[in-house]
Design a binder for this molecule. Structure first.
Ligand code: TXA
Ligand code: MG
Length: 350
């Protein structure tokens, strides 16, 4: 008889997490299982950070390259200090930002088996309750198969991990929609732009933060420091091309293109798009919160449209725009165009 591994889906209220259901998920963590859980940024696939076997299992089910370390989630500062070394002088700033959508890379304490560690305290009642009830820090990358768009709801996670994890918690869609911002607290270099805008980090710490080309998604670093800095990331299965020119010029540029194409962009641009294009709206161009919130969901939806290829448009890199553009550059695998000639060249290559 073939044994079928069953994934248990637990609906847990985002505002008033039911303790009995949290205990079920925490038992799975304690016994070395994998639990998909919600955070305010994206869903995570988590396990006991000190359990080597469970950690290895996360790499296996995600198909994640072994040199890309997992982020550690904590529920309070005391737990954080047992995992990593936090300089006292930054405690006020960290206190202002945590819980919240920012992770810090610090030197690791002994016991974790690595030199440095990236950590965050999620601003989500279910995530915090799960970590507390598990009574251990939870190692959790985003809940997606390696290279695919991150899950922002339990349906996405079910598509990726049904039958491969013990529990999937369903608490609705993640508020932010893109992953946390990652700051190296030792160098104040940005490792990954994300759901916390850089200017808010600069305000909290009272100093400037270095934004390298790699963190904008423009260059690939040799070492896998943050997701996508080395590997292709967030990519739909169909070819996706990123338009970098003025939004108003796109509708005319795509006239007469052969094949079925999908367009993923702002509501304003969707309204101007060719009538026979499949349009996936992200939100108003003036509302980067909405654009970020919907981005991964629409990237996942792209593959269900049956289109031959897709086009996304660009955004300014102020505020959340930096994180949005980082995701779009990677999702398009740096295939960009600003005029019809460049688009034709890209299409000739598919
Ligand atoms: O919003 C988020 O950060 C989500 C949710 C689930 O919390 N998590 C997430 O995990 O995005 P992940 O693994 O997809 O991205 C975290 C990245 C890792 O890919 C890794 O590159 C970086 O953080 N990281 C982890 N440990 C690190 C370390 N010791 N030094 C430098 N970077 C590290
Ligand atoms: Mg990820």
């Amino acid at each position: 008889m073939k044994l079928v591994f069953m994934t248990r889906v637990l609906k847990i209220s985002e505002t008033r997490p039911q303790a009995a259901k949290i205990r079920v998920a925490a038992r799975a963590i304690r016994s070395g299982g994998l639990v998909v859980f919600p955070t305010e940024t994206v869903y995570g696939i988590g396990c006991d950070a000190y359990n080597k076997k469970a950690t290895a299992e996360i790499y296996r089910v995600k198909g994640r390259p072994p040199d890309n370390p997992l982020m550690i989630h904590v529920s309070d500062m005391e737990m954080a200090r047992r995992v990593g070394r936090f300089p006292r002088r930054y405690e006020d700033a960290i206190g202002k930002l945590w819980p919240g959508p920012v992770a810090f890379v610090v030197d690791a304490q002994k016991g974790l088996g690595r030199k440095e560690v990236s950590m965050r305290m999620p601003d989500h009642k279910v995530a915090l309750a799960l970590i507390r009830a598990s009574n251990t820090p939870i190692a959790a990358p985003s809940a997606n198969i390696s290279k695919k768009p991150s899950s922002t709801n339990a349906d996405h996670a079910l598509m990726y991990f049904d039958g491969k994890v013990d529990v999937i918690i369903d608490s609705g869609s993640s508020m932010k929609g893109i992953e946390s911002t990652i700051l190296d607290l030792r160098t104040f270099a940005l490792q990954r732009p994300g759901a916390l805008p850089v200017n808010e980090l600069e305000r909290a710490f009272g100093r400037r933060i270095r934004i390298g080309r790699a963190s904008r998604g423009l260059a690939e670093s040799k070492r896998a420091i943050a997701p996508g800095m080395k590997y292709r990331h967030y990519a739909p299965a169909m070819p996706l091309f990123l338009y970098t020119g003025k939004a108003e010029k796109l509708p005319r540029m795509v006239s007469g293109l052969k094949g079925i194409f999908a367009f993923i962009g702002s509501y304003e641009s969707c309204r101007r798009m060719r009538k026979d294009a499949i349009v996936l709206g992200l939100g108003s161009r003036r509302d980067y919160d909405a654009i970020a919130h919907n981005l991964f969901d629409r990237l996942i939806e792209l593959d269900r449209t049956g289109a031959d290829f897709a086009i996304a448009e660009s955004y300014g890199e102020e505020g959340l725009g930096l994180g949005i553009m980082n995701r779009l550059r990677k999702a398009s695998n740096h295939r960009q165009f600003s005029n019809r000639r460049e688009l034709d060249a890209l299409l000739a290559g598919i």
